[in-house]
Design a protein around this ligand. Structure first.
Ligand code: HEM
Length: 414
C-alpha cells in the first residue's frame, strides 16, 4: 500500500528544510547585528532576524512535530507557512507579506492544538495551546509594525509555555503530582494575562512577565524529571543537562527583566532576549534533537557524546555574552555573538553527519541481514536438492575417513 505523502520521511524533511533556510538567514542576520560585515543588503536581513529565528526556524520545528502527532494533512500547513514565510523574508517581497504568511502558519498551529485538545483534553495541551495563542499574538503585532521590545512578552510567553507544556507531556512517564499541573496552569494564565497587560501598562506588565518566567524556571527545577535523569548516562543525561541549563537561563532572563523593567532602550535588552531564545529555547532544541528528530523524520539519530560540543559552546557563548553586555565589553560581546553562531552551525553539522552515519550503518546492517537470509535460503535449497538426489541413508556426512576409502574401493569395484 502506498505511504501517504505526509507519512513520508522525505516530505517531512522538505518541510524541515524550509526551517533550515530561515536558520541560515537568521544566523547571517545575527552576524550583521553583532557588526560582522557579511553582504550587501544586510540591513534588511538584520531587521528580520527576530521573525526568521522565532517563527521561521523554531516555530517550523515545533509545528512540524505537532503536525506529525496530529496525523492530519492540513496540520502540515502550519510548518509549511511559517517556513515559507521565513524564505519570503529573505527575498525582496514586502516584509508584511512574508509576516502575513507566517501568521497564517501560527493560526493553523493554534488550530492543531485545538484538535489535539478535542482528541484528548489535558493540562499540557492546554498550556501549549495558550503558548501558541501568544505566538500568534506576537506574529500579528510584528505584522502591525509594533517594535520587538513590546512584542517580547508575547514571544517569551509563547516559547516558555510551548516548551514547558511539552516537558510536562514527556514527564507523564514518571507521573508528576497533580500540583505540578495546577502550578503550570496558573503560571500559563499569568503569562497569558501579563503579555497583553504589558502593551497597555509597560511598567508593571513587564515585571509580571518576569515573575512568570521565574515561576516557570522554578517549576522546571521542582517538578521536571531532568533532576533525576542528569545523574544517569548517555542520552538521558545529555537531555537532562540541557533542560536544567535552559531553566537556569530562564531564571537569568526573569531576574534581569524584573530588575530592569520595560526593555525598550534598556542596555539589558540583548541579554534578556537571548537568555530566553538561545539559553532556553535553543538549549531545549539541542537536548531534545536525538529524541524528536527520529520520530519526526523517520530517520535514526542515535545519541553520540559529540553532541556535547555544540551544547558547551552555546552555554559558554551566553555566559560571555550576558556578562560582557552587563559590563559593556563591546569586543567580548561581539566575540560571544560569533561563538553563539558557531555553536548552532556545529550543532546543525553534528545532526546532519550523525543522521548520515546512522543511515549508512543501518543500510550496511540491512545488507548484511539480507545476505545472511539469502545464504541460508541457498543452503536450504541445496540441502533439499541433495536429499532428493541422494538416498536418505547416504545423506548424512560420514565422519570416518576410512569408510570414504572403503566406499571408493567399492565404487571402483563396481
Ligand atoms: C546565535 C547567535 C545569535 C546572535 C549573535 C544574535 C544577535 C542578535 C542581536 C545583536 C540582536 C539585537 C539586539 C539589540 O538590539 O540589542 C538580536 C535580536 C534578536 N534576536 Fe538574536 N541572535 C542570535 C540568535 C538568536 C536566536 C536563536 C533567536 C531566536 C530563536 C534570536 C532572536 C532574536 C530576537 C527576537 C531579537 C529581537 C529583534 C529585534 O530587536 O528586532 N536570536 N539578536
Amino acid at each position: 500500500m502506498a505511504v501517504p505523502l505526509i507519512q513520508r520521511g522525505g516530505t517531512r524533511l522538505a518541510v524541515m528544510a524550509l526551517g533550515g533556510v530561515s536558520l541560515i538567514g537568521g544566523l547571517g542576520a545575527a552576524l550583521a547585528l553583532v557588526g560582522i560585515p557579511i553582504a550587501d543588503g544586510a540591513s534588511r536581513l538584520a531587521s528580520v532576524h527576530g521573525p526568521l529565528m522565532v517563527i521561521g526556524f523554531v516555530t517550523t520545528l515545533i509545528a512540524l512535530e505537532r503536525a506529525v502527532s496530529l496525523r492530519k494533512p492540513w496540520a502540515f500547513a502550519a510548518p509549511a507557512c511559517t517556513g515559507l514565510g521565513g524564505i519570503l523574508l529573505l527575498t525582496p517581497v514586502p516584509v508584511a507579506a512574508a509576516l502575513a504568511v507566517q501568521c497564517v502558519g501560527l493560526a493553523v498551529l493554534v488550530a492543531v492544538y485545538s484538535r489535539l485538545w478535542d482528541r484528548a483534553p489535558s493540562v499540557p495541551v492546554g498550556v501549549q495551546w495558550l503558548g501558541a495563542v501568544l505566538g500568534l499574538g506576537a506574529g500579528l503585532l510584528w505584522l502591525g509594525g509594533v517594535g520587538t521590545p513590546a512584542v517580547l512578552p508575547w514571544i517569551a510567553g509563547y516559547l516558555v509555555l510551548t516548551i514547558a507544556g511539552e516537558r510536562l507531556e514527556l514527564s507523564h512517564v514518571s507521573s508528576p503530582p497533580p500540583s505540578a499541573e495546577r502550578w503550570l496552569l496558573g503560571l500559563a494564565a499569568l503569562l497569558a494575562l501579563a503579555a497583553p497587560l504589558s502593551l497597555v501598562v509597560p511598567s508593571g506588565g513587564s515585571e509580571l512577565v518576569a515573575v512568570g518566567l521565574l515561576g516557570v524556571a522554578a517549576w522546571l527545577f521542582r517538578f521536571d524529571v531532568a533532576k533525576t535523569l542528569v545523574r544517569g548516562t548517555g542520552l538521558p543525561r545529555f537531555a537532562a543537562a540541557n533542560m536544567l541549563a535552559a531553566a537556569v537561563w530562564l531564571a537569568v532572563a526573569g531576574l534581569i527583566w524584573l530588575v530592569t523593567g520595560p526593555l525598550n532602550g534598556a542596555i539589558t535588552y540583548d541579554a534578556v532576549v537571548h537568555s530566553i531564545t538561545l539559553g532556553y529555547a535553543m538549549s531545549m532544541i539541542f537536548g531534545h534533537a536525538p529524541i524528536i528528530f527520529p520520530a519526526v523524520l523517520r530517520r535514526p539519530l542515535p545519541y553520540h557524546p559529540v553532541f556535547w560540543v555544540p551544547s558547551v559552546l552555546l552555554h559558554l557563548s551566553l555566559v560571555v555574552r550576558v556578562s560582557s553586555e552587563l559590563r559593556a565589553w563591546g569586543v567580548a560581546w561581539q566575540a560571544a555573538g560569533v561563538l553563539g553562531v558557531l555553536a548552532i552551525v556545529v550543532f546543525a553539522l553534528t545532526v546532519i553527519s550523525r543522521v548520515l552515519i546512522a543511515g549508512r550503518e543501518a543500510q550496511a546492517r540491512n545488507e548484511e541481514r539480507r545476505a545472511r537470509i539469502a545464504a541460508r535460503a541457498a543452503r536450504e535449497e541445496t540441502g533439499v536438492q541433495d536429499r532428493a538426489e541422494v538416498p536418505e541413508h547416504a545423506a548424512a556426512p560420514d565422519p570416518d575417513p576410512s569408510h570414504e576409502e572403503q566406499n571408493n574401493h567399492e565404487g571402483s569395484r563396481a
